[in-house]
Design a binder for this molecule. Structure first.
Ligand code: 4NP
Length: 154
């Protein structure tokens, strides 16, 4: 099972999702069976580590994001992954726009899939520290639900 998380810059939301979900998958002993990555629809931050505010907030909850590096979403990702989960509708639209007709990967909004109070992960980049905590809260809950879903599919 191959899962790709997508946001705009690949330095805040999707690396958080990658780190949190990887942590959950490792705890469940499933790291050999679930491949995880993240990407951004934009290219401004390619090659960079996640935002320092994102790293700090994650570290305080026990997730180490420091080794991650941003990359841009590519059309080929539709062939490389089974499940592509976008953080917001704008990300979803941008990915849908380059989706090959033959693509088999499933594409969805990460939170909508799990019937949470919000269906988008709000972009924290231009806001205060609360935004980074909210990103973690939402992603932790959705990651639990995603792991349960995948366990049922493996
Ligand atoms: P992300 O957040 O999509 O969660 O990584 C953002 C990071 C950078 C920018 C916007 C959103 N930016 O405009 O540079």
């Amino acid at each position: 099972m191959r899962v790709l998380f997508v946001c705009l810059g690949n330095i805040c939301r999707s690396p958080t999702a990658e780190g949190v979900f990887r942590h959950r998958v490792r705890e469940a002993g499933l790291e050999e069976r679930i491949h995880i990555d993240s990407a951004g629809t934009g290219d401004w931050h390619v090659g960079k580590a996640p935002d320092s505010r994102t790293c700090r907030a994650a570290r305080l909850r026990g997730y180490d994001l420091s080794g991650l590096r941003a990359r841009q979403f590519q059309r080929e990702d539709f062939e490389r992954f089974d499940l592509v989960l976008a953080m917001d509708r704008s990300n979803l639209r941008n990915i849908q726009a380059v989706r090959p007709a033959t693509a088999r990967a499933e594409l969805d909004l990460f939170l909508r899939r799990y019937d949470m109070a919000l269906d988008e992960v709000p972009d924290p980049y231009y806001g205060g520290e609360d935004g980074f905590e909210q990103v973690l809260d939402l992603i932790e809950r959705a990651s639990d639900a995603l792991l349960a879903e995948i366990k049922g599919r493996l």
